[in-house]
Design a protein around this ligand. Structure first.
Ligand SMILES: Nc1ncnc2c1ncn2[C@@H]1O[C@H](COP(=O)(O)OP(=O)(O)OP(=O)(O)O)[C@@H](O)[C@H]1O
Ligand SMILES: [Mg+2]
Length: 358
C-alpha cells in the first residue's frame, strides 16, 4: 500500500545521551542508539528501567543532561517539543471530552493554522486509517476505550509527524484488544511509513510490533536486535529471563549424556539458557532422539495442563527443568522416571559480566 505521507521517513539518532534528574538520581546512563527510518523500534524493560525517560528525551519533554538527539540530520537536543514535528501517544488517551472525535483529531491541525478544506481532508484520511469514520461525530464519552485510543493515535498521526512516539498506549486495554489494536498499529505504521518508537514492558507486544527490540535494565540498554534474534540469542541471564520462560543451566550440571553415547561435560564455567519449548520428554533412555542430542534422566515433579500445551517440571539431580510439551498430561505421572532431550544448538551460552552497550 502507498505511503500515506509520501515523505521520506527520518532516522532518530541518540548520541551519548544520559540523564540525571534534579534530585540527583541518574535514570539513564550514557546511551547510544540509531533508529532506522521507517522502522518500528520498541523499548522493552521492567518498571523503572528508564524507558519513559528515554522516550521523553526523544520527544523534547526532557532535555538530557548529556548527549544529543538527532532527527534526520537535525540536532533537536535544544529544540522545543512543538518544533520537533513529533506525534506522542500516552497510556491514558487524554482526549478533550467536550470535543467530538473529529474535532479532537482536528485540534493539532487547527493550532498549526492549516486551512479548513485541507484539514478536513487530512482528518478524513486518518479517520479511515484507524477505522473510525463512522464514529466521527461521537463524543469521547460515547466510544469504548479501544476506540478512544484509536482516536489518540489518529490525532498523533494527522499532522504527519516525522516520528511517532508511544508510551504503553495499549496498557489500559484488555489482552485481546491489546493484540488486535497492536496489529492495527503495526499496519498503520507500515502504511504511513513513519519511524515509530514504542515503550512497553510486555515482551509479547514487543515481538508482535517491532522491527527492533531494545531491552533496557537499570537505566541502560542491555541488548538490541530483531525480535527473533534477541529471543533466540540472549546475551545475559536478565535478557533470557525477561523475554520469556527459560531454564538456566549451570555448566557443571551432572548427568548429561549424548543420546546413545557417552557422558557430556558442558564447556566452560558459565551458564546456559535453554527454552522450555526446546526440550522434549522422550521414551525411556531417549534413544529415539537423533544422535548428538543431549539427554538427561529425571523424574516428573509437576504437570500443569495449560490448554494449548502442558508444562512439565522435571527434577534431574539438583536441577529443575521446565518443559513445554504437547504430550497429553495422562502420559506424564508425577514421580515417574523420564528422559528429557534437546538439541545442544538450542543452548545459549550467557555472558557472566555486564554486557557492553555497543
Ligand atoms: N522526575 C523524576 N525525578 C527523579 N526520578 C525520576 C523522575 N522521573 C522518573 N524517575 C526515576 O527514573 C527511573 C526511570 O523511570 P522511567 O519512568 O523512565 O521508568 P520506566 O522504564 O518507564 O518504568 P515503567 O514501566 O514503570 O513506566 C525510575 O527509577 C524513576 O523513579
Ligand atoms: Mg514508563
Amino acid at each position: 500500500m502507498a505511503n500515506v505521507s509520501e515523505r521520506t521517513a527520518l532516522p532518530v539518532t541518540i548520541q551519548g545521551v544520559a540523564h540525571t534528574f534534579d534530585n540527583g538520581f541518574q535514570a539513564l546512563h550514557e546511551t547510544d542508539l540509531m533508529i532506522q527510518p521507517g522502522t518500528f523500534c520498541t523499548l522493552l524493560g521492567p518498571s523503572g528501567s528508564g524507558k519513559t525517560t528515554l522516550l521523553r528525551i526523544i520527544s523534547g519533554l526532557i532535555t538530557p543532561t548529556e548527549g544529543a538527539i538527532i532527527i534526520g540530520n537535525r540536532d533537536v537536543t535544544n529544540v522545543a517539543i512543538q518544533e520537533r514535528n513529533i506525534g506522542f501517544v500516552f497510556q491514558h488517551y487524554a482526549l478533550f471530552p467536550h470535543l467530538s472525535v473529529r474535532d479532537n483529531i482536528d485540534f493539532p491541525l487547527k493550532t498549526r493554522k492549516i486551512d479548513k478544506a485541507a484539514r478536513r481532508e487530512k482528518v478524513d484520511r486518518v479517520l479511515d486509517l484507524v477505522g473510525l469514520s463512522h464514529l466521527a461525530d461521537r463524543m469521547p464519552g460515547q466510544i469504548s476505550g479501544g476506540q478512544q485510543q484509536r482516536v489518540a493515535i489518529a490525532r498523533a498521526l494527522v499532522y504527519e509527524p516525522d516520528v511517532l512516539l508511544l508510551d504503553e498506549p495499549l496498557g489500559a486495554l484488555d489482552r485481546k484488544l491489546r493484540q488486535q489494536l497492536g496489529a492495527e498499529l503495526r499496519r498503520i505504521q507500515q502504511e504511513t511509513g513513519t519511524t515509530a518508537v514504542y515503550v512497553t514492558h510486555d515482551q509479547e507486544e514487543a515481538f508482535l510490533l517491532s522491527d527492533t527490540v531494545v531491552v533496557m535494565d537499570d537505566g541502560g540498554i542491555v541488548q538490541r536486535g530483531a525480535p527473533e534474534k534477541v529471543y533466540n540469542h540472549p546475551e545475559t541471564e536478565f535478557v533470557a529471563r525477561f523475554l520469556g520462560d527459560t531454564n538456566i543451566l549451570a555448566s557443571d550440571l551432572a548427568g548429561i549424556r549424548a543420546v546413545g553415547g557417552d557422558p557430556v561435560e558442558l564447556e566452560g564455567d558459565g551458564r546456559y539458557s535453554l527454552r522450555p519449548e526446546d526440550i522434549v520428554v522422550v521414551d525411556a533412555m531417549g534413544e529415539s532422539q537423533p544422535a548428538g542430542h543431549y539427554a538427561l534422566d529425571g523424574t516428573v515433579e509437576l504437570v500443569n495442563f495449560m490448554g494449548s500445551s502442558t508444562k512439565v517440571t522435571v527434577r534431574a539431580g539438583e536441577a529443575l527443568l521446565h518443559i513445554d510439551t504437547h504430550l497429553s498430561a495422562e502420559h506424564l505421572t508425577q514421580g515417574a522416571p523420564v528422559t528429557v532431550a534437546w538439541d545442544p544448538e538450542a543452548m545459549v551460552r550467557l555472558e557472566t559480566r555486564a554486557p557492553a552497550t555497543a
